[in-house]
Design a protein around this ligand. Sequence first.
Ligand SMILES: Cc1cc2nc3c(=O)[nH]c(=O)nc-3n(C[C@H](O)[C@H](O)[C@H](O)COP(=O)(O)OP(=O)(O)OC[C@H]3O[C@@H](n4cnc5c(N)ncnc54)[C@H](O)[C@@H]3O)c2cc1C
Length: 303
Amino acid sequence: MSAAPERERVRLGDLTTLKVGGPAELWLVEHTDDIVEATREPFRVLGAGSNLFVADEGVPERVVRLGRTFSTLDEMDGRTDLWLGAATPVPGLVRRAQRLGLSGLEGLLGIPAVLGGAVAMNAGTRFGQLSDTLREVELVVDGAPERLPAAALGLGYRRSALPTGAVVTRVRLTLTPSTPERVAAAMVAVDAARTGQPKVKSAGCAFKNPEGDVGAGALIDRAGLKGLRIGDAMVAHEHGNFIVNHAHASAGDVLALIEAIRARVPVPLELEWRRWGLPGGDPPFPGHFLGHAVTGSVRAHAR
Ligand SMILES: Cc1cc2nc3c(=O)[nH]c(=O)nc-3n(C[C@H](O)[C@H](O)[C@H](O)COP(=O)(O)OP(=O)(O)OC[C@H]3O[C@@H](n4cnc5c(N)ncnc54)[C@H](O)[C@@H]3O)c2cc1C
């Protein structure tokens, strides 16, 4: 049995890349037992906070985040079949795979996620997404560890259908043998596609690309909205689909800007960001009431 999970009052804006959002109680968990304990009451799960837009009021629920013990490369099954902790930072993993001459993660270059968040969002670019290499995940659901194949996760364009209240703890990826040179060459195109992105505080692309040939960024650009600013929130000059926080943007500034964009773009735009404590945002997960015994072994899910 581990020590009790570490709890701390935090400003969520400090833990997100957009830097917007108020207070919450952070539960930093280092063991599966901690997750079981932390998820007894209503909760939310935080990864690297790079796709999150949080209310100025924060959220009243527990915010569960995986600690360092979930970021180790803790099992290798051959060279290409890897089990990785869900708190593993994606940028370092992509670089490491390149050095080892393993292909499959090039499309994730430049995505500032941890693996758990990358699974939840099926992160990627037009050069490839996590589902290309994802085989299985381990997660804690309803206080019990489980293992699910990737096919059961409903992975699509920037979405997943994880079981309600699932906390992903480990991820199994299968990469393809290549050479460091070839992987690096494939990354050049991915990197080049990012050159136009702003370097200031953001949460990545704000809107999903709608059906059709024209992306959300191009639609916003065509509507002449680059540079549109409300308070400290602004449509980036470099890329129409990036809303940036120039200094101290409030959630209200960002919401007003989103509405101003929607009012002037002729196609309905759906937000790609997850939203906490905001209209139309994600509800918290209910806590589980009957704690299951945690044995250390993981139940394979028969689906
Ligand atoms: C500069 C910049 C560039 C970006 N470029 C891209 C891009 O090219 N492609 C792309 O897809 N995205 C991009 N993003 C967005 C973002 O990086 C991805 O959506 C990423 O997958 C979010 O991962 P995260 O760890 O930050 O998750 P968070 O933002 O912390 O959370 C996102 C969702 O995942 C859930 N979650 C997090 N961890 C877990 C877990 N362990 N178990 C269960 N659920 C969990 C959260 O509850 C939340 O619903 C970009 C963001 C920035 C700031």
